[in-house]
Design a protein around this ligand. Sequence first.
Ligand code: MEV
Length: 431
Amino acid sequence: MSMDTDPPAEGLPAGFHRRDPAERRAALTRAFGLDPGEAQALTPSLSNMELAEVMIESAVGCAPVPLGVATGFLIDGRELAVPMAVEEPSVIAAASYAARLLRRDGGFTTWAAQPVMSAQLYIQDAPEGAEERVAGVEDEARAALSGLLASLERRGGGFRGMRARRLRGSGTLRVDLLLDVRDAMGANILNTAAEALRPLLERTAGGRVLMAILTNQAAERLAGARFSIPAARLAARLPAGMSPEEAARRVAAASELAQEDPARAVTHNKGIMNGITSLALATMNDTRAVEAAAHAWACRDGAYRGLSRFRVEGGVLTGELELPLALAAAGGSVGFHPAARGCLKVMGNPDAPGLARIAAALGLAQNFAAVLALVTTGIQAGHMRLHAARLAYEAGARGADIRRVADQMSREGSVTRAAAQALLRREGRPG
Ligand code: MEV
Protein backbone atom coordinates (compact mmCIF):
# COMPACT_ATOMS: atom_id res chain seq x y z
CA MET A 1 0.00 0.00 0.00
CA SER A 2 1.70 3.23 -1.10
CA MET A 3 1.01 6.24 1.09
CA ASP A 4 2.21 9.50 -0.39
CA THR A 5 1.25 11.40 2.75
CA ASP A 6 3.56 9.25 4.92
CA PRO A 7 5.78 11.19 7.25
CA PRO A 8 9.39 10.06 6.68
CA ALA A 9 10.33 7.06 8.76
CA GLU A 10 12.90 7.69 11.47
CA GLY A 11 16.17 8.57 9.72
CA LEU A 12 14.95 8.06 6.15
CA PRO A 13 14.44 10.96 3.73
CA ALA A 14 10.97 12.12 2.73
CA GLY A 15 9.66 10.39 -0.40
CA PHE A 16 11.90 7.38 0.27
CA HIS A 17 9.50 5.07 -1.55
CA ARG A 18 9.54 7.25 -4.68
CA ARG A 19 13.34 7.10 -5.14
CA ASP A 20 15.03 4.47 -7.24
CA PRO A 21 16.34 1.34 -5.48
CA ALA A 22 20.02 2.37 -5.52
CA GLU A 23 19.12 5.72 -3.94
CA ARG A 24 16.96 3.99 -1.36
CA ARG A 25 19.80 1.63 -0.50
CA ALA A 26 22.24 4.53 -0.21
CA ALA A 27 19.80 6.40 2.03
CA LEU A 28 19.35 3.33 4.20
CA THR A 29 23.11 2.83 4.41
CA ARG A 30 23.62 6.44 5.49
CA ALA A 31 20.67 6.59 7.86
CA PHE A 32 21.48 3.42 9.74
CA GLY A 33 25.26 3.31 9.35
CA LEU A 34 25.41 0.04 7.42
CA ASP A 35 29.03 -0.96 6.82
CA PRO A 36 30.15 -1.70 3.25
CA GLY A 37 29.89 -5.46 3.83
CA GLU A 38 26.31 -5.13 5.07
CA ALA A 39 25.27 -2.83 2.23
CA GLN A 40 26.95 -5.07 -0.34
CA ALA A 41 25.23 -8.17 1.01
CA LEU A 42 21.83 -6.58 0.40
CA THR A 43 22.68 -5.59 -3.16
CA PRO A 44 21.30 -8.02 -5.70
CA SER A 45 22.10 -8.39 -9.37
CA LEU A 46 20.35 -5.92 -11.64
CA SER A 47 17.78 -8.49 -12.75
CA ASN A 48 16.94 -9.50 -9.18
CA MET A 49 16.62 -5.85 -8.23
CA GLU A 50 14.19 -5.30 -11.09
CA LEU A 51 12.14 -8.27 -9.90
CA ALA A 52 12.21 -7.02 -6.31
CA GLU A 53 11.07 -3.60 -7.48
CA VAL A 54 7.92 -4.96 -9.10
CA MET A 55 7.19 -7.45 -6.32
CA ILE A 56 7.17 -5.13 -3.30
CA GLU A 57 7.10 -1.45 -2.35
CA SER A 58 10.18 0.54 -1.35
CA ALA A 59 12.56 -2.28 -2.28
CA VAL A 60 16.22 -1.64 -1.45
CA GLY A 61 17.64 -5.04 -2.35
CA CYS A 62 17.21 -8.75 -1.66
CA ALA A 63 17.72 -10.57 1.62
CA PRO A 64 20.17 -13.29 0.61
CA VAL A 65 18.76 -16.29 2.43
CA PRO A 66 20.85 -19.34 1.48
CA LEU A 67 19.18 -21.81 -0.86
CA GLY A 68 20.13 -25.47 -0.65
CA VAL A 69 18.79 -28.84 -1.72
CA ALA A 70 17.86 -31.73 0.57
CA THR A 71 18.67 -35.00 -1.15
CA GLY A 72 17.83 -38.67 -0.82
CA PHE A 73 14.05 -38.42 -0.67
CA LEU A 74 11.84 -41.23 -1.86
CA ILE A 75 8.28 -39.94 -1.93
CA ASP A 76 5.49 -42.18 -3.22
CA GLY A 77 8.10 -44.23 -5.05
CA ARG A 78 9.75 -41.24 -6.72
CA GLU A 79 13.30 -40.04 -6.01
CA LEU A 80 13.37 -36.37 -5.27
CA ALA A 81 15.66 -33.50 -4.37
CA VAL A 82 13.91 -30.75 -2.42
CA PRO A 83 15.00 -27.10 -2.55
CA MET A 84 15.05 -25.29 0.77
CA ALA A 85 15.74 -21.63 1.58
CA VAL A 86 16.88 -21.36 5.18
CA GLU A 87 19.34 -19.50 7.37
CA GLU A 88 19.76 -22.18 10.04
CA PRO A 89 22.74 -24.55 9.83
CA SER A 90 21.96 -28.28 10.00
CA VAL A 91 18.35 -28.06 8.75
CA ILE A 92 19.13 -29.37 5.26
CA ALA A 93 21.65 -31.90 6.58
CA ALA A 94 19.04 -33.22 9.04
CA ALA A 95 16.30 -33.56 6.39
CA SER A 96 18.69 -35.36 4.04
CA TYR A 97 19.83 -37.69 6.82
CA ALA A 98 16.26 -38.71 7.63
CA ALA A 99 15.39 -39.08 3.94
CA ARG A 100 18.30 -41.48 3.40
CA LEU A 101 17.57 -43.42 6.57
CA LEU A 102 13.96 -43.97 5.51
CA ARG A 103 14.37 -44.67 1.80
CA ARG A 104 15.45 -48.32 2.18
CA ASP A 105 12.04 -49.10 3.62
CA GLY A 106 10.04 -47.27 0.98
CA GLY A 107 10.47 -43.66 2.06
CA PHE A 108 7.28 -41.63 2.40
CA THR A 109 3.69 -42.27 1.45
CA THR A 110 1.79 -39.01 1.10
CA TRP A 111 -1.70 -37.67 0.41
CA ALA A 112 -3.36 -34.30 -0.21
CA ALA A 113 -6.92 -33.07 -0.42
CA GLN A 114 -8.26 -31.11 -3.37
CA PRO A 115 -7.14 -27.45 -3.15
CA VAL A 116 -10.39 -26.08 -1.75
CA MET A 117 -10.15 -22.82 0.16
CA SER A 118 -12.76 -20.49 1.59
CA ALA A 119 -13.40 -16.80 2.04
CA GLN A 120 -15.69 -15.32 4.66
CA LEU A 121 -18.11 -12.44 4.29
CA TYR A 122 -19.01 -11.09 7.72
CA ILE A 123 -22.46 -9.48 7.67
CA GLN A 124 -23.66 -7.31 10.54
CA ASP A 125 -27.24 -6.54 11.55
CA ALA A 126 -28.72 -9.32 9.42
CA PRO A 127 -32.29 -9.99 10.64
CA GLU A 128 -33.49 -13.42 11.67
CA GLY A 129 -33.73 -16.04 8.97
CA ALA A 130 -30.74 -14.66 7.04
CA GLU A 131 -28.94 -18.03 7.16
CA GLU A 132 -31.77 -19.73 5.25
CA ARG A 133 -32.19 -16.84 2.82
CA VAL A 134 -28.45 -16.93 2.01
CA ALA A 135 -28.56 -20.70 1.54
CA GLY A 136 -31.37 -20.12 -0.96
CA VAL A 137 -29.24 -17.94 -3.28
CA GLU A 138 -26.35 -20.35 -3.76
CA ASP A 139 -27.20 -20.88 -7.45
CA GLU A 140 -27.51 -17.15 -7.99
CA ALA A 141 -24.09 -16.64 -6.34
CA ARG A 142 -22.56 -19.31 -8.55
CA ALA A 143 -24.03 -17.61 -11.62
CA ALA A 144 -22.83 -14.19 -10.46
CA LEU A 145 -19.28 -15.55 -10.26
CA SER A 146 -19.33 -17.54 -13.50
CA GLY A 147 -17.39 -14.95 -15.54
CA LEU A 148 -14.80 -14.46 -12.82
CA LEU A 149 -14.30 -18.19 -12.33
CA ALA A 150 -14.45 -19.25 -15.98
CA SER A 151 -10.73 -19.82 -16.40
CA LEU A 152 -10.47 -21.63 -13.04
CA GLU A 153 -13.39 -23.85 -14.08
CA ARG A 154 -11.71 -24.69 -17.37
CA ARG A 155 -8.80 -26.02 -15.29
CA GLY A 156 -11.11 -28.17 -13.16
CA GLY A 157 -11.54 -25.78 -10.24
CA GLY A 158 -14.16 -23.19 -9.39
CA PHE A 159 -17.23 -22.77 -7.21
CA ARG A 160 -17.67 -25.46 -4.52
CA GLY A 161 -20.48 -24.01 -2.46
CA MET A 162 -21.62 -21.43 0.01
CA ARG A 163 -22.74 -21.86 3.62
CA ALA A 164 -23.94 -19.45 6.28
CA ARG A 165 -23.96 -19.51 10.04
CA ARG A 166 -24.45 -17.05 12.87
CA LEU A 167 -21.49 -16.37 15.18
CA ARG A 168 -22.75 -16.83 18.70
CA GLY A 169 -20.85 -14.03 20.43
CA SER A 170 -21.53 -11.05 18.17
CA GLY A 171 -24.50 -12.35 16.20
CA THR A 172 -22.56 -11.59 13.00
CA LEU A 173 -23.63 -13.67 10.03
CA ARG A 174 -20.67 -15.51 8.55
CA VAL A 175 -20.99 -16.62 4.95
CA ASP A 176 -18.33 -19.01 3.63
CA LEU A 177 -17.60 -19.08 -0.06
CA LEU A 178 -15.75 -22.23 -1.11
CA LEU A 179 -13.60 -22.40 -4.24
CA ASP A 180 -11.30 -25.02 -5.67
CA VAL A 181 -8.32 -22.83 -6.52
CA ARG A 182 -6.33 -25.51 -8.40
CA ASP A 183 -2.60 -24.64 -8.45
CA ALA A 184 -2.92 -21.20 -6.86
CA MET A 185 -2.64 -20.33 -3.22
CA GLY A 186 -6.01 -18.72 -3.88
CA ALA A 187 -5.93 -15.44 -1.99
CA ASN A 188 -6.54 -13.21 -5.00
CA ILE A 189 -9.35 -15.14 -6.59
CA LEU A 190 -11.06 -15.78 -3.24
CA ASN A 191 -10.91 -12.16 -2.19
CA THR A 192 -12.09 -10.94 -5.59
CA ALA A 193 -14.95 -13.44 -5.68
CA ALA A 194 -16.00 -12.69 -2.09
CA GLU A 195 -16.06 -8.96 -2.77
CA ALA A 196 -18.08 -9.53 -5.93
CA LEU A 197 -20.77 -11.26 -3.82
CA ARG A 198 -21.19 -8.36 -1.41
CA PRO A 199 -24.23 -6.73 -3.09
CA LEU A 200 -26.10 -10.02 -3.56
CA LEU A 201 -25.45 -11.11 0.02
CA GLU A 202 -26.29 -7.77 1.58
CA ARG A 203 -29.55 -7.71 -0.36
CA THR A 204 -30.36 -11.29 0.60
CA ALA A 205 -29.30 -11.21 4.24
CA GLY A 206 -30.60 -7.70 4.87
CA GLY A 207 -27.46 -6.48 6.68
CA ARG A 208 -24.14 -4.81 5.87
CA VAL A 209 -20.94 -6.63 4.98
CA LEU A 210 -18.21 -5.61 7.45
CA MET A 211 -15.49 -7.31 5.44
CA ALA A 212 -14.81 -10.05 2.91
CA ILE A 213 -11.53 -11.94 3.05
CA LEU A 214 -10.17 -15.44 2.59
CA THR A 215 -9.18 -17.44 5.63
CA ASN A 216 -5.62 -18.73 5.81
CA GLN A 217 -6.92 -21.48 8.07
CA ALA A 218 -7.11 -23.68 4.94
CA ALA A 219 -8.70 -26.43 7.03
CA GLU A 220 -10.06 -28.18 3.91
CA ARG A 221 -6.65 -28.30 2.25
CA LEU A 222 -4.97 -31.00 4.32
CA ALA A 223 -1.88 -32.88 3.25
CA GLY A 224 0.02 -35.58 5.03
CA ALA A 225 2.89 -38.04 4.98
CA ARG A 226 3.73 -41.32 6.66
CA PHE A 227 6.69 -43.67 6.94
CA SER A 228 7.40 -47.01 8.62
CA ILE A 229 10.78 -48.54 9.36
CA PRO A 230 11.95 -51.46 11.44
CA ALA A 231 13.29 -50.03 14.70
CA ALA A 232 16.51 -51.94 14.02
CA ARG A 233 17.34 -49.40 11.29
CA LEU A 234 18.08 -46.80 13.97
CA ALA A 235 21.28 -48.60 14.95
CA ALA A 236 23.62 -45.93 13.51
CA ARG A 237 24.62 -42.88 15.57
CA LEU A 238 23.31 -44.16 18.92
CA PRO A 239 25.03 -43.45 22.22
CA ALA A 240 26.92 -46.42 23.65
CA GLY A 241 24.57 -48.86 25.33
CA MET A 242 21.34 -47.64 23.68
CA SER A 243 19.57 -50.25 21.54
CA PRO A 244 17.73 -49.22 18.37
CA GLU A 245 14.49 -50.46 19.95
CA GLU A 246 15.08 -48.17 22.90
CA ALA A 247 15.79 -45.27 20.51
CA ALA A 248 12.49 -45.94 18.71
CA ARG A 249 10.63 -46.11 22.04
CA ARG A 250 12.16 -42.77 23.00
CA VAL A 251 11.10 -41.18 19.68
CA ALA A 252 7.52 -42.31 20.33
CA ALA A 253 7.67 -41.06 23.92
CA ALA A 254 8.86 -37.65 22.69
CA SER A 255 5.95 -37.43 20.28
CA GLU A 256 3.50 -38.23 23.10
CA LEU A 257 5.07 -35.45 25.16
CA ALA A 258 4.37 -33.07 22.29
CA GLN A 259 0.69 -34.10 22.55
CA GLU A 260 0.67 -33.46 26.28
CA ASP A 261 2.82 -30.38 26.84
CA PRO A 262 2.45 -27.20 24.74
CA ALA A 263 5.96 -26.08 25.74
CA ARG A 264 7.34 -29.10 23.92
CA ALA A 265 4.68 -29.06 21.17
CA VAL A 266 5.68 -25.58 19.97
CA THR A 267 9.31 -26.62 19.47
CA HIS A 268 8.33 -30.00 18.03
CA ASN A 269 6.21 -28.13 15.46
CA LYS A 270 8.95 -25.59 14.88
CA GLY A 271 11.11 -28.51 13.79
CA ILE A 272 8.42 -29.57 11.30
CA MET A 273 8.17 -26.02 9.97
CA ASN A 274 11.96 -25.87 9.57
CA GLY A 275 11.32 -28.10 6.57
CA ILE A 276 7.98 -26.82 5.35
CA THR A 277 8.74 -23.11 5.64
CA SER A 278 12.10 -23.55 3.92
CA LEU A 279 10.40 -25.20 0.96
CA ALA A 280 7.67 -22.54 0.98
CA LEU A 281 10.30 -19.81 0.90
CA ALA A 282 12.36 -21.49 -1.83
CA THR A 283 9.24 -21.59 -4.01
CA MET A 284 8.25 -18.04 -2.94
CA ASN A 285 5.07 -19.21 -1.32
CA ASP A 286 3.44 -17.21 1.45
CA THR A 287 5.31 -18.56 4.46
CA ARG A 288 3.21 -16.57 6.93
CA ALA A 289 -0.01 -18.10 5.64
CA VAL A 290 1.42 -21.62 5.82
CA GLU A 291 2.71 -21.06 9.37
CA ALA A 292 -0.55 -19.49 10.60
CA ALA A 293 -2.57 -22.42 9.26
CA ALA A 294 -0.22 -24.99 10.77
CA HIS A 295 -0.35 -23.49 14.24
CA ALA A 296 -4.13 -23.02 14.13
CA TRP A 297 -4.43 -26.70 13.15
CA ALA A 298 -2.12 -27.66 16.01
CA CYS A 299 -4.66 -26.33 18.51
CA ARG A 300 -7.87 -27.26 16.73
CA ASP A 301 -9.19 -29.14 19.79
CA GLY A 302 -8.42 -26.22 22.11
CA ALA A 303 -4.98 -27.36 23.28
CA TYR A 304 -1.80 -26.75 21.31
CA ARG A 305 -0.34 -30.14 20.30
CA GLY A 306 2.39 -31.66 18.16
CA LEU A 307 1.35 -31.98 14.52
CA SER A 308 3.02 -35.36 14.06
CA ARG A 309 2.87 -38.69 15.90
CA PHE A 310 5.43 -41.48 16.13
CA ARG A 311 4.45 -44.97 17.28
CA VAL A 312 6.21 -48.29 17.76
CA GLU A 313 4.29 -51.51 17.12
CA GLY A 314 5.79 -54.94 16.65
CA GLY A 315 9.29 -53.53 16.32
CA VAL A 316 8.24 -51.09 13.60
CA LEU A 317 8.46 -47.32 14.04
CA THR A 318 5.80 -45.34 12.18
CA GLY A 319 5.73 -41.57 11.79
CA GLU A 320 2.78 -39.57 10.54
CA LEU A 321 2.11 -35.91 9.92
CA GLU A 322 -0.98 -34.12 8.63
CA LEU A 323 -1.66 -30.40 8.42
CA PRO A 324 -3.22 -27.78 6.14
CA LEU A 325 -0.82 -26.85 3.34
CA ALA A 326 -2.05 -24.08 1.07
CA LEU A 327 0.99 -24.06 -1.19
CA ALA A 328 0.80 -22.65 -4.69
CA ALA A 329 2.53 -24.26 -7.64
CA ALA A 330 1.57 -21.45 -10.03
CA GLY A 331 0.40 -17.85 -9.96
CA GLY A 332 1.44 -15.05 -7.63
CA SER A 333 5.13 -14.79 -6.76
CA VAL A 334 5.52 -18.55 -7.35
CA GLY A 335 4.80 -18.27 -11.04
CA PHE A 336 6.38 -14.87 -11.38
CA HIS A 337 9.86 -15.27 -9.95
CA PRO A 338 12.33 -17.32 -12.02
CA ALA A 339 14.05 -18.59 -8.85
CA ALA A 340 10.76 -20.07 -7.65
CA ARG A 341 10.09 -21.57 -11.08
CA GLY A 342 13.58 -23.08 -11.03
CA CYS A 343 12.96 -24.66 -7.63
CA LEU A 344 9.69 -26.16 -8.86
CA LYS A 345 11.53 -27.58 -11.85
CA VAL A 346 13.97 -29.33 -9.48
CA MET A 347 10.95 -31.20 -8.07
CA GLY A 348 9.53 -32.07 -11.50
CA ASN A 349 6.98 -29.22 -11.59
CA PRO A 350 4.41 -30.66 -9.16
CA ASP A 351 0.86 -29.35 -9.11
CA ALA A 352 -0.35 -27.73 -5.87
CA PRO A 353 -1.45 -30.95 -4.14
CA GLY A 354 1.81 -32.55 -5.31
CA LEU A 355 3.83 -29.75 -3.76
CA ALA A 356 1.83 -30.06 -0.53
CA ARG A 357 2.64 -33.77 -0.43
CA ILE A 358 6.36 -33.08 -0.84
CA ALA A 359 6.14 -30.44 1.90
CA ALA A 360 4.45 -32.90 4.26
CA ALA A 361 7.16 -35.51 3.64
CA LEU A 362 9.86 -32.91 4.15
CA GLY A 363 8.26 -31.66 7.39
CA LEU A 364 8.03 -35.21 8.70
CA ALA A 365 11.65 -35.97 7.73
CA GLN A 366 12.83 -32.81 9.43
CA ASN A 367 10.84 -33.57 12.55
CA PHE A 368 11.98 -37.19 12.72
CA ALA A 369 15.64 -36.22 12.36
CA ALA A 370 15.33 -33.63 15.13
CA VAL A 371 13.43 -35.87 17.56
CA LEU A 372 15.71 -38.84 16.91
CA ALA A 373 18.78 -36.70 17.62
CA LEU A 374 17.17 -35.16 20.71
CA VAL A 375 16.36 -38.50 22.33
CA THR A 376 19.68 -40.12 21.44
CA THR A 377 22.84 -38.05 21.04
CA GLY A 378 21.29 -34.60 21.54
CA ILE A 379 21.35 -32.04 18.76
CA GLN A 380 24.26 -29.90 19.83
CA ALA A 381 26.99 -32.10 18.38
CA GLY A 382 25.58 -31.76 14.85
CA HIS A 383 24.76 -28.08 15.32
CA MET A 384 28.24 -27.30 16.54
CA ARG A 385 29.87 -28.98 13.53
CA LEU A 386 28.05 -26.58 11.23
CA HIS A 387 28.36 -23.65 13.59
CA ALA A 388 32.12 -24.20 13.51
CA ALA A 389 32.17 -23.30 9.79
CA ARG A 390 30.57 -19.92 10.55
CA LEU A 391 33.08 -19.23 13.31
CA ALA A 392 35.96 -20.12 11.00
CA TYR A 393 34.56 -17.71 8.40
CA GLU A 394 34.15 -14.95 10.98
CA ALA A 395 37.74 -15.54 12.09
CA GLY A 396 38.91 -14.85 8.53
CA ALA A 397 39.13 -18.31 6.94
CA ARG A 398 38.12 -18.46 3.30
CA GLY A 399 37.72 -21.17 0.66
CA ALA A 400 38.90 -24.65 1.65
CA ASP A 401 40.31 -23.27 4.92
CA ILE A 402 36.78 -22.85 6.29
CA ARG A 403 35.97 -26.56 6.37
CA ARG A 404 39.49 -27.50 7.46
CA VAL A 405 39.54 -25.08 10.41
CA ALA A 406 35.99 -26.07 11.35
CA ASP A 407 36.87 -29.78 11.34
CA GLN A 408 40.03 -29.14 13.33
CA MET A 409 38.08 -27.21 15.97
CA SER A 410 35.50 -30.00 16.21
CA ARG A 411 38.26 -32.59 16.62
CA GLU A 412 39.92 -30.53 19.34
CA GLY A 413 36.56 -29.99 21.05
CA SER A 414 36.96 -26.21 21.20
CA VAL A 415 34.50 -24.47 18.87
CA THR A 416 34.87 -20.74 19.41
CA ARG A 417 35.91 -17.77 17.33
CA ALA A 418 39.07 -17.43 19.45
CA ALA A 419 39.97 -21.06 18.72
CA ALA A 420 39.47 -20.47 14.99
CA GLN A 421 41.65 -17.36 15.12
CA ALA A 422 44.34 -19.24 17.04
CA LEU A 423 44.33 -22.04 14.43
CA LEU A 424 44.67 -19.55 11.59
CA ARG A 425 47.48 -17.69 13.36
CA ARG A 426 49.29 -20.94 14.06
CA GLU A 427 49.35 -21.52 10.31
CA GLY A 428 50.51 -17.98 9.58
CA ARG A 429 47.16 -16.96 8.04
CA PRO A 430 45.39 -13.75 8.96
CA GLY A 431 42.93 -14.35 11.79
C1 MEV B 1 15.71 -26.48 15.84
O1 MEV B 1 15.62 -25.56 14.78
C2 MEV B 1 14.53 -27.43 15.81
C3 MEV B 1 14.43 -28.37 16.99
O2 MEV B 1 14.42 -27.63 18.20
C4 MEV B 1 13.14 -29.12 16.81
C5 MEV B 1 12.76 -29.98 17.99
O3 MEV B 1 13.10 -29.66 19.13
O4 MEV B 1 12.04 -30.98 17.74
C6 MEV B 1 15.61 -29.30 17.07
